[in-house]
Write a protein that binds this ligand. Structure first.
Ligand SMILES: C[S@@+](CC[C@H](N)C(=O)[O-])C[C@H]1O[C@@H](n2cnc3c(N)ncnc32)[C@H](O)[C@@H]1O
Length: 244
């Protein structure tokens, strides 16, 4: 299912880096089997909508902690991640939990056209994947895919490390002119991230997505074996009527 590049690309480097990262286990959240706090928060915000949420897409699902949660709630989930080892782990776990009929786990680059029909998804979830989409073109491709996949009034939850995050923020060399974003490389695994302000993310998806709830969390957490003052956001949006 994954697009096989003809030559070495930015994605092929990143796939190798992520494969090594999963083998090493440096980012604790990617190894957890419990759903992310951001998704639990968003799910609570959507309590009045639960019966209407049938299909979800987990963007950069990793080993699928959030896909498994959504499938346990009864949703049919398309789980996409370009790291084959992560998809393999999710496939095994989905089977072990008898959720293999609820989760379609596919090795897929989310900057390629998403393998779901237009207007088909009630809920799209991105826990710390968007921040790893590097470059304007790739980011815009992701955005177009998201807007195409979500039905009108469907929901999108994104969580990301803020530009003020104590771990990633230490690696900022230069901010973009307006100070709203900075690209960094984590020296622990050579993986690149974009750090955003909350406002940059909200304005990037406007007017096709309307912000309906948000959570800003500041806490001490572990990264690569040390503790850091982390600063993360979870934003919950609703798809508007705006055409693309
Ligand atoms: C920090 S991990 C988060 C994983 C998962 N969402 C979670 O919360 O456990 C980021 C994930 O994004 C995936 N990823 C990054 N860029 C991607 C891309 N262009 N296409 C598909 N997956 C991507 C990586 O393989 C990795 O599994």
């Amino acid at each position: 299912m994954m697009t096989q590049p003809q030559q070495k690309t930015q994605s092929s480097d990143a796939i190798v880096q992520w494969g090594a990262e999963y083998a090493r286990g440096g980012i604790p959240s990617s190894q957890r089997s419990t759903p992310s706090g951001a998704l639990i928060w968003a799910w609570q915000q959507l309590a009045a909508q639960h019966n209407l949420l049938r299909r979800a897409i987990d963007i950069g699902c990793g080993k699928g902690r959030n896909s498994l949660f959504l499938a346990q709630q009864g949703l049919d989930v398309t789980a996409m991640d370009f790291t084959p080892a992560a998809i393999a782990a999710l496939t095994v776990e989905a089977k072990a939990q008898n959720l293999d009929s609820k989760i379609r786990a596919i090795a897929y680059d989310v900057t390629e056209g998403w393998p779901v029909p237009s207007d088909s998804q009630d809920f799209a979830v991105d826990a710390f994947c968007f921040k790893h989409i590097i470059g304007r073109e790739a980011r815009d491709a992701y955005k177009d895919n998201l807007f195409r996949a979500l039905r009108v009034h469907g929901f999108y939850m994104i969580s990301f490390a803020s530009i003020g995050d104590g771990y990633y923020g230490q690696y900022i060399k230069e901010r973009k002119a307006d100070g709203a974003e900075a690209t960094i490389v984590d020296p622990a695994n050579d993986i690149a991230s974009v750090l955003y302000t909350r406002e940059r993310v909200v304005s990037y998806f406007h007017p096709h997505l309307q912000l309906i709830a948000e959570r800003h969390q500041e806490k001490i957490d572990t990264m690569h074996g040390k503790t850091w003052p982390r600063s993360t956001y979870a934003l919950l949006f609703r798809r508007t009527f705006h055409k693309m």
